[in-house]
Design a protein around this ligand. Structure first.
Ligand code: ADP
Length: 232
């Protein structure tokens, strides 16, 4: 494939201007500075990136909570979380199965001046697990696109394409310290059960402009000690 065709295809996927965006994505355009404060410096996002990237404020907060030596961002997408982890962790392992998104993540990390702290791995997280070592794993797996709110309760086993329960169990082979980024309509019983009998987890509701935006669940040593008893 010639490089001009490649870049035309890339431009089609990256939607770096309002004009080239499909209509259903246009509402995200107004949120660009919320998604990345350095958006104007040349941030790149593909279609999924526009609706699945974690808004920067939230990513900063999660990174603060996950402060550690080595962290894995298992589904890094265009890098919103991985970039913020690079500010609070010594090393970030950022994984994605999609080459274009991983390329965007690397490019975006350069804009934030943190690319040297991130190891980018192209591949399937589940297949990579046996080779991975880290203190914390951050999971923000595919929720099945913007339709995740269409049912009343989000079942992590059946609605996360990779099976959200299996993903959690497999991640325990790396560490007990897991942060799980989930839809606001997630089945709470299901996510507390993951902690295992007698263990605690912390469920954090994230509000933006007074609206519940998303849920982050912390397991293992990530549970805030001052949080009080929450035995399951
Ligand atoms: P959403 O449904 O929340 O929009 P996406 O489909 O954008 O989620 O998926 C989130 C990210 O996870 C994407 O960047 C996608 O390429 C990546 N991804 C999907 N499956 C895997 C996998 N098995 N291993 C690593 N990354 C994956």
């Amino acid at each position: 494939m010639s490089s001009s065709i490649q870049s035309a295809t890339l431009e089609k996927r990256l939607h770096s201007s309002m004009e080239t965006m499909p209509d259903f994505l246009k509402k995200y355009w107004n949120q660009r500075a919320i998604l990345f404060t350095k958006y104007k410096e040349g941030i790149l996002m593909d279609e999924e990136g526009w609706y699945s990237v974690t808004p920067e404020d939230i990513a900063i907060h999660i990174a603060e909570r996950c402060r550690c030596d080595v962290i894995i961002d298992a589904f890094c997408g265009v890098g919103g979380n991985a970039i913020q982890f690079a500010f609070t962790c010594h090393k970030v392992i950022a994984i994605d199965i999609d080459e274009t998104r991983l390329m965007c993540a690397k490019h975006n990390a350069m804009i934030y001046g943190v690319a040297d702290r991130i190891e980018f791995i192209l591949g399937d997280y589940l297949e990579l697990i046996p080779r991975l070592k880290a203190d914390v794993v951050f999971l923000s797996p595919p929720w099945g696109g913007p339709d995740y709110l269409s049912s009343k309760t989000f079942d992590i086993k059946t609605m996360i394409t990779l099976d959200g329960e299996k993903l959690y169990r497999e991640s325990l082979k790396i560490t007990n310290n897991i942060a799980y980024y989930l839809p606001r309509n997630v089945n709470i019983q299901q996510i507390t059960n993951l902690a295992g009998r007698g263990n605690t987890c912390e469920i954090q509701e994230v509000y933006v402009n007074g609206k519940l935006k998303t849920i982050v669940v912390y397991y293992g040593e990530l549970v805030n000690e001052d949080f009080g008893e929450n035995e399951v």
